[in-house]
Design a protein around this ligand. Structure first.
Ligand code: PAF
Length: 283
């Protein structure tokens, strides 16, 4: 039986646990999550274990990053299986604050990221999102003070936003982005995949196929605007409502007009039924 992780729910208990965890020289890594853990999260945990002596995972479904019409209420909460998975990975600490701990009465300070947070991708369709993410991640970083923090590349714009924030605010955390973990048929692992009906789950593979196909065509020299328009049409024809299917500069997320403006990243967000999925890949 692996030693179970220490589960901590209050800030004073977190401070005591951190002092124990760090000892003298130990380095620490944090994997911030909203729970509903899948193999993508566990891949982050495994890399965290290789990078640092001690690994912390936060589980907090952050109300500040959901708009009132979004899925905060129905977001999958799978606490028992999450803890079992983290125990099996020999995680050292699970930080599981409640909403009142993260946003106490009178809470009045938010981080408003700019730069990659204003690229006109997720921010255009979820204007509240990056303010909520930056505020909670900023808090998680200052609470847990990790040396490393690991995020998946599936949320590519989020990765750029938190990387920029950690640098801009001198938070002393090295943000590491990890390759997206995919199902065998290419669908990016996501807690929201749990919402898909079996039929939608099959259709959802179109997102990655469209990205790979567009990437191939761009590398072969096809014109960018035509390739991206054709990709968006294919996704829509499969039954998705497409928010965006775009090629951007991989680092700045600035719009591009040809492969020569690269390195490029192709990014998609689309909705099927009530489920909104995102994905991306390099060209
Ligand atoms: O990617 C997520 O799961 C969330 O946006 C994060 C980074 C844990 C912040 O709530």
């Amino acid at each position: 039986m692996p030693k179970p992780p220490v589960i901590v729910r209050t800030l004073p208990a977190l401070r005591r646990a951190l002092a124990d965890l760090r000892g003298r020289e130990a380095t620490t890594a944090l994997v911030p999550t909203m729970g509903a853990l899948h193999d993508g999260h566990l891949a982050l945990v495994r890399t965290a274990k290789r990078r640092a002596d001690k690994v912390m995972v936060s589980i907090f479904v952050n109300p500040a990053q959901f708009a009132p019409h979004e899925d905060f209420g129905s977001y999958p909460r799978t606490w028992k299986t999450d803890v079992a998975k983290l125990a099996a990975e020999k995680v050292d600490l699970i930080w599981n604050p409640d909403v009142a701990t993260m946003y106490p009465d009178g809470f009045a300070t938010r981080i408003t990221p700019e730069g990659p947070a204003m690229a006109g991708l997720e921010d255009k369709f979820r204007p509240h999102f990056f303010g909520g993410v930056a505020t909670v991640v900023g808090k998680l970083f200052t609470q847990c003070r990790p040396d490393f923090a690991l995020f998946g590349q599936k949320d590519y714009q989020q990765l750029k936003v938190v990387t920029r924030m950690a640098r801009d605010l001198d938070l002393g955390v090295k943000v590491i982005g990890m390759t997206t973990v995919r199902e065998r048929d290419g669908l990016a692992m996501s807690s929201r995949n749990l919402y898909l009906t079996p039929e939608q789950r099959q259709t959802a593979t179109i997102l990655y196929r469209a990205i790979k196909d567009a990437s191939k065509r761009l590398r072969a020299g096809d014109e960018l605007a035509a390739v991206m328009a054709a990709g968006a049409e294919t996704i829509a024809a499969a039954g998705f409502t497409v928010d965006y299917f775009e090629a951007r500069h991989a680092e700045t997320l600035a719009p591009v007009s040809s492969i020569a403006d690269g390195p490029l990243r192709l990014l998609v967000a689309a909705k099927i039924g009530n489920t909104r999925l995102i994905d991306n890949a390099a060209v």
